[in-house]
Write a protein that binds this ligand. Structure first.
Ligand SMILES: Nc1nc2c(ncn2[C@@H]2O[C@H](COP(=O)(O)OP(=O)(O)OP(=O)(O)O)[C@@H](O)[C@H]2O)c(=O)[nH]1
Length: 539
């Protein structure tokens, strides 16, 4: 019981801790979801800022394009003035340029014309070493002939934009679509260091809004081009604390797979990336100018750590304490209950003992300490039924103390009581089998039931003689000078055709015969199987 109580308690403690852990996990996951949502909002606002910054810069080349559409070709001073005005509103543009379409045969004249303005002017291309060299021969050229501001962009002047695959791709798309086009990420010719840039191109035609691609190709005059420094634009949208809060990459998914990365801020170790992978966010930034840009962001460990609260831990501790209290209270209740059950069991045992004692008392003769008449009758009834059911023999004996009235008269009533006890004790010693039963059935009369016995007269004779051998003086007796008993016994081979009363009457009748024969006698009746009843006197 004790062990079971402790087992139940230990089990409850384990379940309690498991539930607290589950609650901790639940609240931790809820918090993780909230942090992820917050991070998504941060990334979305960054993407929106980026989109806005790019769209603002687009306005610059549209104003230049409008001038070309309205006034036809601009000369250098007009271009320079208009571009300077525009650049004053757009700090992140590296340069605004005019790129005419030049047929091969027009190239020498162009070089001559602009060589007069800028001594040493040549149409150039960039070789792998980064050096600018005169262009190789081809049918079409797209040289930069106006660049504003010139200072810092000198290397771009004369550069054949069509000499480079990525740039040419953007030129062709702009020419054929008639719309704004962005280039992939390119390395700007203006600088020798590796500064990433981006070209925005708007085509200018000889006619207004040519409808077909063929018309556009045929009527192309040139391009208005804006050169942007990616880093400058992107950094303009950053907050100083951004670098410590997240790592992100801006990707151009339409670009060559090796050239998709436009910008990268911060970087995480492999362990950090793994730890933070649940928080990774990918969002579109803009779809414009033939490009699709996406932002991929991962929060730093400190971003996540700053947003974590102690709530899951508090829930775990409170849960554990509450479960602990409940379990403790349950343990106390169970122990109290166990004590009550044990006390109750003891009380029941005591009651049982009392009941048994009372039952024994109702079956006992208080004076002589053997079974009383009531119990004798019950037993006789039971043994009679059993013997008959099992077809076994049964013997019944009645014993009467001779001249007991005279004993009382001579020695007094108390001496009579002592005599009764002594006789009862002695008779009890004669019985050897557990099933044999001695009872006081009357004042000075005893009865003995002998189950499974067909020669009760043997026991009867012993009874008579043990009482005589007690040698209790009995001066009032007309039979002997000591206390004697008369014994009647009936031994039945079979109980067929008998009743309990008939058996008792046979024993009583034998006793009467013993008395009639002068007392201190045994008279026995033997009843065989039906039709063979016989009576025999033994002494
Ligand atoms: N001391 C004492 N005497 C009892 C008790 N019960 C019955 N007696 C006495 O037993 C006597 C029985 O008397 P009787 O029925 O005349 O029988 P008897 O004197 O033994 O005569 P027989 O049986 O014919 O030999 C009565 O005097 C009862 O008072 C008892 O519990 N204690």
């Amino acid at each position: 019981m004790e062990r079971r109580l402790y087992l139940v308690t230990v089990l409850a403690v384990i379940i309690g801790i498991a539930l607290s852990c589950a609650l901790y996990g639940l609240f931790y996951r809820l918090e993780t979801t909230n942090i992820k949502r917050e991070f998504e909002r941060d990334v979305e606002s960054k993407a929106a800022a980026l989109t806005q910054a790019v769209e603002l810069n687009i306005e610059a080349i549209y104003s230049l394009k409008a001038a070309y559409d309205n006034h036809g070709l601009l000369d250098y001073p007009d271009f320079s003035q208009l571009a300077a005005q525009t650049l004053s509103r757009h700090a992140h543009i590296q340069a605004l340029e005019w790129i005419p379409k030049v047929e091969a045969e027009g190239l020498p004249a162009l070089e001559k014309q602009f060589g007069a303005r800028w001594p040493g002017f040549h149409v150039t291309e960039r070789v792998a070493s980064g050096e600018m060299v005169p262009v190789s021969e081809r049918s079409l050229y797209y040289p930069v002939i106006y660049v504003e501001p010139l200072q810092g962009n000198e290397r771009a002047l004369g550069f054949d934009v069509g000499s480079n695959g990525r740039r040419l791709d953007a030129l062709n798309r702009a020419r054929d679509s008639g719309k704004l086009q962005f280039s992939e990420r390119i390395e700007l010719v203006q600088t020798t260091d590796d500064h990433a840039g981006l070209l925005m191109l708007l085509p200018v035609y000889h006619i207004v809004s040519p409808q077909s691609v063929a018309d556009r190709r045929q009527t192309l005059r040139g391009f208005v081009m804006g050169v942007f420094r990616l880093t400058a634009i992107l950094q303009s949208t950053m907050q100083p604390q951004d670098a410590s809060l997240m790592a992100f990459r801006l990707l151009d998914v339409n670009a060559d797979p090796h050239n998709q990365l436009l910008y990268q801020q911060g970087s995480l170790t492999t362990e950090e990336q793994l730890a933070q992978k649940d928080f990774n966010v990918t969002r579109p930034v803009l779809t414009l100018g033939g490009r699709e840009w996406f932002i991929e962001a991962t929060p730093s460990a400190s971003y996540v750590a700053d947003k974590r609260t102690r709530l899951p831990l508090v829930v775990f501790i409170v849960g554990t304490v509450l479960f602990g209290l409940v379990i403790f209270y349950g343990f106390i209740l169970m122990r109290r209950n166990r004590e009550m059950v044990s006390t109750l069991a003891k009380k029941n045992q005591a009651l049982d003992d009392i009941n048994k004692k009372l039952e024994r008392m109702t079956k006992m003769d208080v004076l002589v300490g053997i079974a009383n008449r009531r119990y004798f009758d019950e037993t006789l009834h039971r043994e009679f039924s059993r013997s008959r059911r099992e077809d076994r023999p049964l013997a019944l004996m009645l014993i009467d103390i001779d001249h007991f009235k005279a004993f009382n008269d001579t020695y007094g009533h108390q001496a009579g009581d002592r005599c009764l006890k002594l006789v009862a004790e002695e008779l009890g010693r004669v019985l050897k089998r557990p099933a044999d039963m001695l009872a006081r059935v009357g004042g000075e009369e005893f009865g003995i039931i002998l189950p499974n016995t067909n020669n009760g007269e043997v026991v009867a004779k012993q009874c008579r003689s043990v009482v005589e051998r007690l040698a209790i003086a009995h001066q009032g007796s007309l039979t002997s000078d000591v206390v004697t008993v008369s014994v009647g016994v009936v031994s039945l081979e079979s109980l067929d055709a008998q009743t309990r009363d008939s058996v008792f009457n046979l024993a009583d009748s034998a006793l009467y015969q013993a008395k009639s024969a002068g007392r201190n006698q045994v008279r026995a009746i033997r009843v065989g199987r039906p039709q063979s009843a016989s009576v025999s006197s033994l002494c």
